[in-house]
Write a protein that binds this ligand. Structure first.
Ligand SMILES: [Ca+2]
Length: 228
C-alpha cells in the first residue's frame, strides 16, 4: 500500500465511520455514486465538514418539516453560486424564489446555467472549477426581507427541478413526492482559520432519486437559515 492508497483508505474509513455515527432514524441515507466522489469525502477533504455532525437541516420528524428557507443577512445582494458540478451532463439551471405561504407553486426566478460535469480528477487538481456559467447567467439577487428559497433543475429530468424546501418538492415535483429532501445545508468553514464564515452556507443538492447529494454543490452568501 503506497502513501496515496493509504490516504484513500483512511478517508474511506473515516467516511464510513461518520455515516455509522451520524446517521439518524429519519435522515435520508446518502448513497455514494459509482465512480464519483463521495459526498462525505468531499465535505471532509474540501470543506472541512462532517456529513451529519455539521448538517444544519437534519430531518428530525418528517422530510417535509426540515428547514430550507433563508433570509438575507445584511445590506447588499445575496449570492448563489455553483461550485462543483457532478450530476448529469445535460444543462443544469439554478435560481431562487420567494417562499410561498400556502400550496401555490413557487415563482421561480432564473439566475444561472451551465452544461458541464466535473470529474474526480478536477476536484483533486482544482481544474474546471467552478463550472463555467453560460451567457446571461448571474449569481446575485436581492430577495428583500421575505424568506426565500433556492432551486436547481436539470434539463435531462422533466420534473420541474428541486427546491431547498422539502415541503415544496413534495407538493410540486410528482416524481420526487415521496423523497422530497433534496438539499443538505452546511456552514462554510474558513480552512485557514477553522472558523465559520459568517452568513455563508454550503448546499449539496440531489436532483434525482439516488441521493448522492453532490449533483450540484453551491454556496450561498449573505444569508441565514430560517430554522422554525
Ligand atoms: Ca444524484
Amino acid at each position: 500500500m503506497n502513501a496515496k492508497h493509504a490516504r484513500t483508505w483512511i478517508i474511506a474509513f473515516l467516511a464510513a465511520t461518520t455515516v455509522a455515527i451520524g446517521q439518524t432514524a429519519h435522515q435520508p441515507k446518502v448513497a455514494p455514486g459509482p465512480g464519483e466522489p463521495d459526498w462525505a469525502v468531499i465535505l471532509k477533504e474540501r470543506y472541512g465538514l462532517e456529513m451529519f455532525r455539521d448538517l444544519l437541516n437534519p430531518v428530525k420528524t418528517t422530510a417535509e418539516a426540515a428547514p430550507g428557507r433563508f433570509r438575507k443577512a445584511g445590506p447588499g445582494p445575496v449570492k448563489y453560486t455553483p461550485a462543483v458540478a457532478l450530476g448529469l451532463e445535460t444543462t443544469t439551471r439554478g435560481g431562487w424564489y420567494i417562499s410561498p405561504r400556502g400550496a401555490e407553486p413557487p415563482q421561480k426566478k432564473r439566475l444561472w446555467s451551465y452544461t458541464h460535469k466535473n470529474t474526480t480528477a478536477d476536484l483533486k487538481n482544482e481544474r474546471n472549477l467552478p463550472p463555467p456559467l453560460e451567457r446571461g447567467s448571474s449569481t446575485s439577487f436581492d430577495p428583500g426581507e421575505a424568506p426565500f428559497g433556492v432551486w436547481v433543475s436539470n434539463d435531462g429530468l422533466d420534473d420541474g427541478g428541486v427546491y431547498s424546501e422539502p415541503r415544496l418538492v413534495a407538493q410540486h415535483n410528482a416524481r420526487l413526492r415521496k423523497q422530497p429532501y433534496k438539499a443538505m445545508i452546511y456552514p462554510v468553514i474558513d480552512r485557514a482559520t477553522g472558523k465559520r464564515v459568517p452568513n455563508a452556507l454550503l448546499i449539496g443538492w440531489e436532483y434525482s432519486t439516488n441521493d448522492d447529494f453532490q449533483d450540484v454543490i453551491c454556496r450561498l452568501d449573505n444569508v441565514t437559515l430560517v430554522d422554525d
